[in-house]
Design a protein around this ligand. Structure first.
Ligand SMILES: Cc1ncc(COP(=O)(O)O)c(C=O)c1O
Length: 387
């Protein structure tokens, strides 16, 4: 039976993610466009993004935060290129984005003393293997497998190396253990539903000390340079961006941050995202054909919620037919206009991925669930008939 209730918003993409409830282009009316970002009002807007972000996230006072070019990738690569080299590296990877950082470190920077600690889609690697005398690079939430680290207890408080954390699909939806993280990066278009463009880079005092004491052995593009004459360029962390930012995207980021404050700040955002995970979990519990890709419930992401298809009929298909069937489920939902962009990531096992970040309404997730059953039954019915 075709469900009768539709999600009010069909936007369940894992990035760019749904805009906040009630958003319209009018939210950008005060954008400082056609003006210099170095003029006083421009700098004030950029500084406001930094200040509101710090406040909502409860970042430690002595951490620095900057707006960077090239989204989360820009912020992560800036950190890797600027900080790595003096110590051995442990890099953790359990899905596509973590694997991307492995490739940066081993194939581009060619850092030989690197240990890659890996796991397959659905699992976390063995965190007990990590040696905190080394620099440690990891993703807080693996967006393409829906597996997150459950907390920061596994990170040594008195570590000698730096911890570099790509937190783009975790920040604002999961509590981060700031004292255990020396570098944290994210973009605007994930949990707060901002516009894609810039990255945020947070640095602990120890990360700053590394920047000021270590000169990379490779050439540094202007876009990556955070120091001058061995000293941190403090202005970057006060809104004096390295190059020209989009003031439209800045205005939108401010709108998102102000909305975040109205829903109870960080606690409110986390609660909204957890409620979304809860709505999917209630459905999974009763589902005869789907399960979470994340095997350990403690590691299940509340943002990029990844589902595997466990039905014996589906499992009996070869890899290509599985991929086609899972894609067909997502296509049915797209054509119906009830859910856009919920196919699994291109490198991930075939399945579905539903964004449950804070801008998604739980009522919409609840309304979507019966549609998954409807679409799956249609795909199975037509393909089983054809076989
Ligand atoms: C964990 C993770 N890292 C990095 C990226 C790349 O982010 P961006 O496109 O903001 O550079 C993404 C995008 O989805 C991601 O989920």
């Amino acid at each position: 039976m075709k469900p009768t209730t539709r999600p009010r918003s069909p936007n369940f993409s894992s990035g760019p993610c749904a805009k906040r409830p009630g958003w319209s282009v009018a939210a950008l009316e005060d954008a400082l466009i056609g003006r210099s970002h170095r003029a006083k009002p421009g700098k004030a807007k950029l500084a406001e993004v930094i200040d509101r972000s710090r406040a909502i996230l409860g970042m430690p006072e002595d951490y620095r935060l900057a707006i960077m070019p090239a989204s989360d990738t820009g912020a992560v690569e800036m950190a890797l290129w600027s900080l790595l080299g003096p110590r051995g590296i442990d890099v953790l990877a359990w899905e596509s984005f973590g694997k991307g950082w492995v490739s940066d470190i081993t194939k581009q920077l060619k850092l030989e003393d690197t240990r890659v600690i890996e796991a397959d889609y659905g699992r976390l690697p063995d965190l007990a293997q990590v040696d905190f005398a080394r620099d440690v690079v990891f993703t807080w939430n693996g967006t393409t497998s829906g597996v997150r680290v459950p907390h920061g207890d596994w990170i040594a408080p008195d570590r000698e190396g730096l911890t570099i954390c790509d937190a783009t699909s975790a920040v604002f939806a999961m509590p981060l253990d700031w004292e255990k993280l020396d570098v944290v990066t994210w973009s605007w278009q994930k949990v707060l539903g901002g516009e894609a463009q810039h990255g945020m880079l947070a640095l602990s005092p120890r990360a700053v000390a590394r920047l000021e004491s270590h000169e990379p052995a490779w050439p540094m593009p202007k876009l990556f340079r955070m120091t001058k004459g061995g000293k941190l360029i403090e202005g970057i962390f006060k809104g004096e961006t390295i190059n020209t930012p989009s003031m439209l995207a800045v205005e939108d980021a401010l709108d998102a941050l102000k909305w975040a404050e109205t829903v109870g700040g960080l606690d409110g955002l986390i609660a909204r995202s957890q409620a979304n995970l809860g709505a999917v979990a209630a459905w999974v519990e009763a589902s005869p054909w789907a399960d979470f890709l994340a095997t350990d419930p403690a590691t299940r992401s509340c943002t990029s919620i990844c589902l595997a298809i466990t039905d014996p009929w589906f499992r009996g298909l070869n890899a290509n037919r599985q991929a086609d069937a899972a894609k067909a489920v997502a296509t049915h939902l797209d054509l119906e206009g009830v859910a856009y962009d919920i196919g699994a990531y291109r490198d991930a096992p075939p399945g579905l991925r539903i964004w449950g970040g804070a801008t998604v309404e739980t009522a919409d997730i609840e309304a979507l669930m019966p549609w998954l059953d409807w679409a799956y039954a249609r795909v199975k019915g037509s393909q089983a008939d054809a076989a």
